[in-house]
Design a protein around this ligand. Structure first.
Ligand code: GDP
Ligand code: CA
Length: 327
């Protein structure tokens, strides 16, 4: 079975861990990773969501933080701060720095982000079974900016500044994905959507993880026309994002912060949207009727990724629902 997954960082990566456990060793997984969170810092190209997927699946992740390398130290960060170099709010750990150095060196030598990601993945993903291939959504520079109001008038800041420096604590008015409309999908992205047996949308942030991938010209159309069933997993449980800032950003774009609200925003493929099926948490089972009424097959199962067992059951439920809608 060939499964393609559109992924952000922590939510997507944790779901992928369960998916790998639910699949067989001969299956194939292609991950289309969000790169709209990417940022240049201290001359280095940082791709937080790609790295979170690599480190999580390759057993290098810091489990408590959910991002970055395990057993990390921060001596370079302290040295940068001692020079007074900005920004001081984004921590690049010493071990993590090696990834950004390799990536930047290869980009500057003329390799595409796809080629660089494949090279970095060799270390983290090459021994996994099922086999995992990680593709950036695009090789072009695409950056999410959030229009905020921090009391000094409205202005746009990079998504990382909104999330990491401001902790999503200031009002967000608009999400602007700079460079998106001129970007093209990275090599293999459209083929991975068109040629898979199941397409999964994990409980990643709908706005700044999945939405940014779907917004790359050609991707949404490919999702709409793939013969594979498309199944989404709700990132909203009991009317709130489990972690992260999905609540604030859904509000900013005028979408109700509920599982059914997010499903309705993705929309049914039969009605011009991207979904055939949707998993809601059992706590949100009352919303299943509204999802079905929108033309999306709905099923309520526990969706909290508290451990590998629970996450594997979730991924299995998504694969089962794919089988149901394909019938
Ligand atoms: P990020 O790029 O690191 O923010 O990660 P993603 O975009 O892939 O995923 C973030 C989203 O995961 C959050 O907005 C949450 O709504 C969702 N999330 C986190 N933990 C869980 C969980 O245990 N269950 C579910 N259903 N969603 C979760
Ligand atoms: Ca992210």
């Amino acid at each position: 079975m060939r499964v393609t997954v559109v992924s952000g960082g922590v939510g997507g990566a944790r779901f992928l861990r369960g998916l790998l456990a639910a699949l067989g060793p001969g299956d194939d997984v292609t991950v289309i990773g969000n790169t709209a969170d990417d940022i240049w810092l201290f001359g280095l190209k940082v791709c937080p969501d790609l790295d979170t997927v690599m480190y999580t699946l390759g057993d290098g992740i810091d489990e408590d933080r959910g991002w970055g390398r395990r057993d990390e130290s921060w001596r370079a960060k302290d040295e940068l701060a001692a020079y007074g170099v900005q920004p001081t709010w984004f921590g690049l750990g010493d071990r993590d720095l090696a990834t950004h150095l390799v990536r930047t060196q290869m980009l500057q030598a003329g390799y595409s982000l796809s080629a660089v990601t494949a090279a970095l993945s060799r270390r983290w993903l090459s021994t996994l079974r099922p086999a995992v291939r990680l593709l950036p959504m695009s090789d072009d520079r695409v950056e999410t900016h959030i229009v905020i109001d921090d009391g000094q008038g409205r202005r746009a800041v990079h998504f990382q500044e909104y999330w990491v420096r401001l902790r999503a604590q200031v009002p967000a008015h608009e999400v602007v994905v700079v460079g998106q409309s001129e970007a093209t999908p990275a090599p293999g992205v459209l083929a991975a959507v068109a040629g898979c047996d199941v397409l999964l949308v994990p409980p990643s942030n709908p706005v700044v993880s999945v939405g940014t991938v779907l917004g790359i010209p050609g991707v949404r159309a490919a999702v709409q026309s793939t013969p594979a069933p498309v199944i989404g997993v709700s990132p909203i449980i009991g009317g709130a994002a489990v972690r992260g800032m999905a609540d604030q950003l859904l509000q900013a774009i005028g979408v109700e912060v509920s599982s059914a609200g997010v499903a309705g925003w993705y929309g049914a493929r039969t009605a011009g949207g991207v979904l055939d099926g949707w998993l809601l948490d059992t706590r949100d089972a009352a919303g299943a009727g509204a999802v079905e009424a929108a033309g999306i097959r709905a099923k309520a199962v526990p969706l909290l990724m508290r451990d590998l067992e629970a996450t594997t059951a979730m991924a299995q439920a998504a694969l089962d629902l794919a089988g149901d809608v394909a019938r």
